[in-house]
Design a protein. Structure first.
Length: 618
């Protein structure tokens, strides 16, 4: 009983969310109002000339069936005399009406062309606006959102789902054009015979009710199809990005089963949608034909004998009806197809909706340089507020010095530097920059003075030049070469076929791990940052590459504030301060030698690594 009472509330909430979601998409029209207005204007003009054409057809048929019919008059003398020829013989009037009918038809066709043209331009403008809106939305979201959302779903929204919305908009435009013409047809039918029109409206309304029921089923099926499409794209993207791992683990059969499962789900949901949609057209066609036959029989046996309807009027009525039926059929089929895009509206609205997402608030202060220190004051943080990753962190990172972070996996080292880069904000406490809360600074103004070199360096599918000078279009060639030289990258760059103009492929597939790291260091050198974050930058490299990278890092670190996450302790022996983390807490801090002498956690790490290295060398 309770569920039945709540169901209307849930349905109302769902309709509200649907309307709000559609409003997020519809407001994009404000960026091209002229195109929308022109499309509407030409649509109305085409409908008006369609109505004028029907009136001309009725007069034309009356002239054919009854030569004694009085001439058509508008009350405007020059039109009646020179255009309609109401003082001319019957045959000449017929010729003039024929010419007028052709002219009206040409005008209607011309206006319809312009209506479709501007509607088509509007469709592509909408697609452009939606892609930009999604891109801007993704840029404004914190890293936490991407950690919870599959990249395949986002790619699917930016490509397939936007394309679906464009198709839905195209269909909606056609519905507006056809619906306007349909209103003209209905008005004309009522003017000719309200009796037949009344019967037609009742019977076709009953037919539309049945079609509406089918359309609701199409909408539900489309949501399932959209979800299956996202899952399919996600699995496909993971397979392509992880092809090296797939081949290394000989996981071809496993991936095939995984891919086939999602592919079948997509096939089944698509087939279900098509099965329901396929019922619409035959149902309309069969029932509509039955309705027309019944109406003709009624008109001939009841209306014409009583003199309430003339033969010419019946012929015109049937002409309109036969012109209208394909429109009704098309409108219902178009409605079914639009319902098929309901899932796409939901997906894109879900991304564009800002109310259900947490955003970093941009500050109001400009940032010029770090003058004193970065200070953590009683900082707590957790990706889920109920499960903290960092607890009560109190730490000072002094300007111009190197602070190393040490700890086991999951200790919170990367999370701590992510807070400095302001990828996230603390749940409690403050991070101060020269005594000012980091949240008061403009995010991008602060990050422009920051560089990060991590173990997972991202290389763009572009030239070496553009990878080093990423987001620095005005960088001079000599500065780019100098950065490459300091990063010990110039030698391998010169060996490549096109030097700095060599395209590196997806994720830098043409480079080794050490070469990618040196490109990342050159990128950081070119930025000339105040603050440098090294997130285990040498952890995945061989000893030769590590030595080269270490030399590059030493050059990069001179005169900067450095926060280094250490994997190999040998890389941080000269650090000004070493901070040991464990289970999200600070266990100890001091110089490397001081912490070794205390025989605490760093001493244990040192001994473990020393023993492991001795075992390897033996």
């Amino acid at each position: 009983m309770k569920s039945r009472l709540l169901s209307p509330i849930r349905r109302g909430a769902k309709r509200t969310r649907l309307w709000q979601g559609n409003a997020l998409i519809l407001r994009e029209f404000k960026y091209f109002p002229r195109i929308v207005l022109l499309a509407l204007l030409f649509t109305l003009l085409a409908a008006a000339f369609e109505g004028l054409g029907i009136g001309t057809i009725l007069t034309f048929l009356q002239g054919l069936t009854d030569t004694s019919t009085p001439p058509l008059e508008t009350g405007i003398d020059w039109i009646d005399v020179w255009v309609l020829g109401n003082q001319a013989p019957a045959n000449e009037r017929l010729y003039r009406l024929s010419g007028l009918l052709i002219l009206v038809t040409l005008c209607r066709s011309t206006f319809t062309y312009f209506a479709l043209k501007y509607a088509g331009i509007g469709k592509f403008r909408l697609g452009y606006q939606l892609r930009m809106r999604i891109f801007e939305q993704l840029q404004s979201l914190p890293l936490g959102y991407f950690a919870k959302t599959r990249s395949g779903e986002l790619i699917n929204c930016m490509t397939n789902e936007v394309q679906q919305i464009m198709q839905a908009f195209d269909l909606f435009n056609k519905m507006v054009i056809q619906g306007t013409v349909l209103l003209v047809y209905l008005s004309s039918m009522f003017l000719i015979s309200w009796q037949l029109s009344f019967i037609a409206v009742i019977l076709f309304s009953m037919l539309s009710s049945g079609v509406t029921f089918l359309l609701k089923r199409v909408r539900r099926a489309s949501v399932e199809r959209s979800k299956a499409s996202s899952a399919y794209v996600s699995v496909s993207l993971e397979f392509i990005n992880g092809i090296r791992t797939v081949q290394a683990f000989a996981a071809h059969a496993f991936e095939r089963r995984r891919f086939d499962k999602k592919n079948q789900e997509f096939l089944q949901t698509s087939a279900k949608t098509i099965s329901i949609m396929a019922m619409v057209a035959p149902l309309i066609e069969g029932l509509a034909t039955t309705i027309i036959i019944c109406m003709v029989v009624f008109a001939i046996t009841a209306l014409i004998p009583q003199g309430t309807l003339q033969l010419a009027s019946l012929l015109t009525f049937l002409f309109i009806l036969f012109r209208m039926l394909p429109l009704v059929k098309t409108l219902n089929a178009t409605g079914a197809r639009i319902m098929n895009f309901h899932g796409s509206f939901e997906k894109i609205s879900e991304i564009l909706n800002r109310k259900d997402k947490v955003y970093l608030t941009n500050g109001y202060r400009e940032f010029s340089t770090l003058r004193q220190a970065i200070t953590f004051e009683a900082v707590d943080f957790g990706y889920d507020s109920s499960k903290l990753v960092l607890r009560d962190i109190n730490l000072m990172i002094e300007r111009g010095k190197t602070t190393a972070l040490v700890g086991a996996s999951g200790a919170g080292k990367s999370t701590l530097v992510d807070l400095i880069a302001r990828f996230y904000d603390p749940n409690r406490g403050k991070i101060l920059i020269d005594g000012i809360d980091l949240r008061e600074f403009k995010i991008n103004a602060f990050r422009r003075h920051l560089a990060i070199v991590s173990q997972d360096t991202f290389i763009f599918n572009d030239t070496i030049r553009n990878n080093i000078a990423y987001a620095m279009e005005s960088a001079a060639d000599e500065d780019i070469y100098r950065a490459a030289q300091l990063a010990n990258a110039i030698e391998f760059i010169r060996e490549l076929p096109e030097g700095v103009n060599t395209v590196l492929g997806d994720r830098g597939v043409r480079l080794s791990g050490g070469q990618r790291q040196r490109i990342a260091i050159a990128r950081a050198l070119l930025r000339d940052p105040d603050i440098l974050i090294l997130d285990e930058a040498t952890s995945a490299l061989d000893s030769v590459s590590e030595q080269l990278i270490q030399k590059s890092i030493e050059k990069l670190s001179k005169g900067r504030t450095v926060i280094a996450i250490a994997h190999r302790l040998s890389t941080i022996t000269r650090a000004d301060k070493v901070v040991v983390l464990g289970n999200g807490q600070m266990l100890e801090q001091g110089t490397y030698e001081e912490l070794l002498s205390q025989r605490g956690q760093l001493w244990e790490y040192h001994n473990m690594q020393y023993r492991a290295e001795n075992i390897v060398y033996r």
